[in-house]
Design a protein. Structure first.
Length: 438
């Protein structure tokens, strides 16, 4: 397929379809976990799953460079038709992912100690949090390797494979968690066990698949010296470190929402947990375009095709903003129905209905910064991503302090909207630097 045909809205949409369905599986698993806890006997289970998953998400997503760094480098190598380099990139990042996962497990006790005084919740809720994290953290090596494999297939523009992999993990997680909670009555412990088992099953299947898929594409023998080339490792380190800082900051921002919610009270923590499921659902849908953009942008840079790059940028923004508006319309008519499915606690449902405005307005606004992320990742322009996120997070924290103190929970949601806007403004400022790649 020619480079020009890969930049049209129809091609981007076609590539995004399997990512969309697999991304639906991710919030679906989160909705299942939240729904399972939301239907237990009190809100402490819902508060505990909110904090525990926020902490684990912050830790794991802090190493999102394993996906983002992989997809940009693989896509650019694909543009040069260098499959040997693609395999070497894969091996380097799988080794890194495994080592990082083991280190995370090693620091489990420190993680549990650190969060004890950070969240102001009851002792019973803390015990539930510790129960979840102590098990879920064992999935770290598998989930981080999943990031690398996802980046590989996105970079290769084989979105159907990456989507199948994510879907198997998330649907398996939902099925196993439901079984352990409902059939075995394991409560929050069962949710964690289901995720761990699903992660390792998925990774075993797709590591074997990837070996046979790539084996036939290698044109020369791989050597230890080529895989661990100092210059390639140094570039990989720089790219990964910038994305690491950027990802820590963005995951901290969502953890900050949980923290601010806990200060408002456990009822607001429970409400915001439910409301954030809508934001996460929308983000995973819109990220399907961003993921596709990563791959095609990287490919156009590898091919040195400036006009094609500009075309894919234009097409991706149009698709994403339009989709964000459609999501908002859907939420307008289905909000109460979905809330009723997530919890049977009447007071929580009543509180949630007061914040529908934010759930409707955020998706189209956030779609812009999501697309900018995809563009900068595909271009491996990571310094700019890091700097933009530093500015955005500082502004978010400062604004949240001011707005929450004056407007309560509405102020927290207004600060989240402001955060999305600042992210778009900062990345737009750096955009012209990408053109220097051509």
């Amino acid at each position: 397929m020619s480079t020009s045909s890969q930049t049209t809205k129809s091609y981007l949409f076609k590539l995004s379809i399997p990512i969309f369905f697999s991304n639906l599986a991710i919030p679906f698993a989160g909705l299942v976990d939240t729904g399972l806890m939301g239907h237990l006997d009190n809100e402490k289970f819902l508060a505990a799953i909110s904090i525990a998953t926020s902490v684990i998400t912050m830790i794991f997503w802090s190493f999102g460079f394993l996906r983002m760094g992989t997809v940009g480098l693989v896509a650019q190598s694909l543009g040069r038709k260098d499959y040997n380099e693609i395999v070497q990139i894969l091996i380097r990042n799988i080794i890194l992912a495994f080592l990082v996962g083991v280190i995370i497990i090693f620091f489990k006790d420190l993680i549990l100690f650190s969060i004890k005084d950070f969240f102001k919740v009851s002792e019973e809720t803390h015990l539930l949090i510790n129960s979840y994290i102590s098990i879920r953290i064992l999935s770290a090596p598998a989930e981080l390797i999943l990031y690398v494999l996802t980046g590989l297939y996105l970079g290769l523009q084989k979105t159907n494979i990456s989507s199948l992999m994510i879907s198997i993990f998330c649907i398996g997680n939902a099925i196993l968690s439901t079984f352990f909670v409902i059939n075995l009555n394991l409560e929050i412990f069962g949710v964690a066990v289901g995720t761990v088992i699903a992660a390792y099953i998925t990774i075993i299947i797709f590591l074997i698949f990837s070996y046979f898929y790539l084996k036939k594409k290698i044109t020369r023998r791989l050597t230890y010296k080529k895989i661990f080339n100092p210059l390639k490792l140094f570039r990989l380190f720089n790219i990964n470190f910038d994305i690491f800082i950027r990802t820590i900051l963005i995951t901290f921002s969502f953890l900050w929402i949980t923290y601010q919610s806990s200060k408002l009270g456990e009822n607001y923590l429970a409400v915001n947990t439910l409301l954030m499921q809508f934001i996460i659902l929308a983000s995973f849908f819109l990220d399907s375009y961003a993921f596709t953009t990563e791959a095609v942008v990287g490919y156009t840079i590898g091919k040195r095709a400036k006009n094609s790059f500009l075309a894919v940028v234009s097409s991706s923004f149009q698709l994403s903003i339009f989709s964000g508006l459609i999501i908002s319309i859907i939420y307008l008519f289905t909000f109460q129905l979905l809330i009723n499915e997530l919890t049977n606690l009447d007071y929580i449902k009543f509180l949630a209905s007061n914040y529908i405005f934010w759930i409707i307005i955020i998706p189209p606004v956030a779609s812009i910064c999501y697309q900018f992320d995809g563009i900068f990742i595909g271009a491996s322009q990571t310094i700019e991503m890091r700097n933009g996120m530093i500015i955005s997070v500082v502004m978010f924290i400062l604004s949240s302090h001011l707005l929450v103190s004056n407007f309560g929970n509405h102020g927290l949601w207004l600060s989240l909207l402001f955060f999305m806007i600042v992210r778009s403004i900062t990345l737009n400022y750096y955009f012209n630097r990408i053109l220097k790649n051509f």
